[in-house]
Design a protein. Structure first.
Length: 73
């Protein structure tokens, strides 16, 4: 059984899969994949099927999302 990261700083300690990022934020993996494809979220493509997202890229994407949400309010 796979461990899931709780909403703590533990999540930001290592690169994550698309699925892990989606689960952490309560989003679909398809949405996260589209964010990568559109250039909103940087990711490392290690092979044809293996993609990892670095913690610093997750934080940057999260901060941009918060800023965008605040400016729309």
């Amino acid at each position: 059984m796979q461990k899931t990261a709780r909403k703590t700083n533990d999540f930001y300690e290592q690169p994550r899969t698309l699925e892990e990022v989606a689960q952490y934020f309560g989003l679909s993996s398809r949405f996260i994949r589209q964010q990568v494809y559109d250039g909103h979220l940087r990711a490392l493509k290690l092979s044809h099927t293996v993609v990892r997202i670095r913690p610093e890229d997750i934080r940057e994407w999260e901060e941009r999302a918060k800023t965008t949400k605040e400016t729309k309010s």
